[in-house]
Ligand binder design. Structure first.
Ligand code: DP6
Length: 377
């Protein structure tokens, strides 16, 4: 017999960034963080996990290629699920001994350089949890795969509480509001062409912990205040405050990266150009139309309300060109393209921008639910 479960799990984009650990092995963060979970229709990881008495060893395939399971984070996830499965007692001891096959893929272009470890580990842990029929929170297990993965276990807006327990049992993700709370919220991911090799989040944050003084100030003073302010803004659907804190936190995170020695440089000229454009639009509009945020790479993620998507897309398309075919350029929710609205500055007022402003894709999506079961045998 074979038992199998297939799940999808979402990507999440932090508005209060996680950067730094107090425990490398257990992946316990220095600070609380907060993110929006993206809809799985447009970007997700999809994982099938299967167990059978016929499987001679554990095996794993990622996007069609067999990979070794010899990775401490992956092994920690599998063994934590099995420990919980043993105490849940829904499978026989024999079934718990069966080898596992894991098959995982992403439905978004990996060439686009979008972080996939959060969705990937959330999906793996969720699928295993369903297969082994364990109850209770599993974000604490997904965290062992990649810190940010714990937030992809829940939909809507989600916080990851750093916790105080040295063994990490209280370092868990919690939903603040479901996706239905703020249905007008939209997300545009502007995928920037870039081929430079970047420092991974894991080693970048390690280096920041070693020598950034700014990181200490951020953790002690800024993050706690921002967590409470942005949570209130989300509960009240106060976009203005939400957007300002999101941009400030992204900027401070990248300032910490530059304060690290040697510095971690993630944003490039196009990334800075996009941030500049958003401030220009917001100034012309006399209100906050959109917020940008950047992770450990050059791609911009914009949070904005549904009514402003056509105008912001028009401004982005006016300033940044693409060398990709139009059909490949837009992915996700459809939108009628318009000229740059006068309220956002109009075509003539947006000014001069540097050459070589190439974008590869724009993914248009929204806030969505947590992981879901697709099929089960
Ligand atoms: C900049 O979760 O990728 O995206 O825990 O070492 O796997 P590890 O790091 P990872 O770091 C993500 C950092 C970030 C900010 C965030 O998502 O909060």
């Amino acid at each position: 017999a074979v038992k199998s479960v297939t799940c999808v799990a979402p990507v999440n984009i932090a508005v209060i960034k996680y950067w730094g650990k107090t425990d490398e092995k257990l992946i316990i963060p220095l600070n609380d963080s907060l993110s929006g979970t993206l809809h799985t229709d447009h970007m997700c990881a999809k994982t099938t996990v299967a167990i059978s008495s016929k499987f001679s060893k554990d095996r794993m395939w990622l996007n069609g290629t067999e990979e070794s399971l010899d990775n401490p984070r992956l092994l920690a996830c599998i063994s934590e699920v099995k420990d919980r499965a043993r105490s849940a007692g829904k499978l026989t001891e024999e079934e718990l001994q069966w080898n596992v096959h894991i098959c995982s893929e992403n439905n978004f272009p990996t060439a686009a350089g979008l972080a996939s470890s959060a969705a990937g580990y959330a999906c793996l842990v969720y699928a295993l949890a369903m297969l082994y029929k364990i109850d209770g929170d599993v974000s604490v297990i997904a965290r062992r795969g990649s810190g940010s993965a714990c937030r992809s276990i829940y939909g809507g807006f989600v916080q990851w509480i750093a916790g105080t327990n040295p063994n990490g049992t209280d370092s868990i993700a919690q939903q603040i509001v479901p996706a239905s709370h703020w249905p007008e919220m939209r997300v545009l991911i502007l995928v920037v062409s870039d081929s430079r090799k970047k420092t991974s989040s894991t080693s970048g944050m390690q280096r920041s912990c070693e020598n950034s003084e700014l990181l200490k100030h951020r953790v002690a003073k800024c993050v706690p205040e921002r967590m409470s302010e942005i949570t209130k803004a989300i509960l009240k659907k106060d976009f203005e405050t939400f957007a300002k804190i999101t941009m400030q936190d992204s900027n401070q995170f990248h300032a910490v990266c530059l304060d690290t020695y040697p510095p971690c440089v993630y944003m490039n000229d196009v990334s800075h150009g996009i941030a500049n454009l958003i401030h220009t639009i917001n100034k012309f509009a006399g209100r906050t139309v959109a917020a940008y945020t950047y992770d450990a790479g050059p791609n911009a993620c914009l949070y904005l309300l549904e009514k402003d998507v056509p105008g912001v897309l028009a401004a982005v398309n006016h300033v940044f060109h693409t060398d990709t075919k139009k059909e490949e350029y837009y992915r996700g929710l459809s939108v009628d393209l318009v000229d740059v609205p006068e309220q956002l500055g109009g075509t003539k007022n947006l000014g001069q921008w540097p050459e070589n402003n190439a974008l590869r894709y724009i993914i248009h999506t929204k806030i969505g639910e947590g992981p879901q079961i697709v099929s089960e045998t």
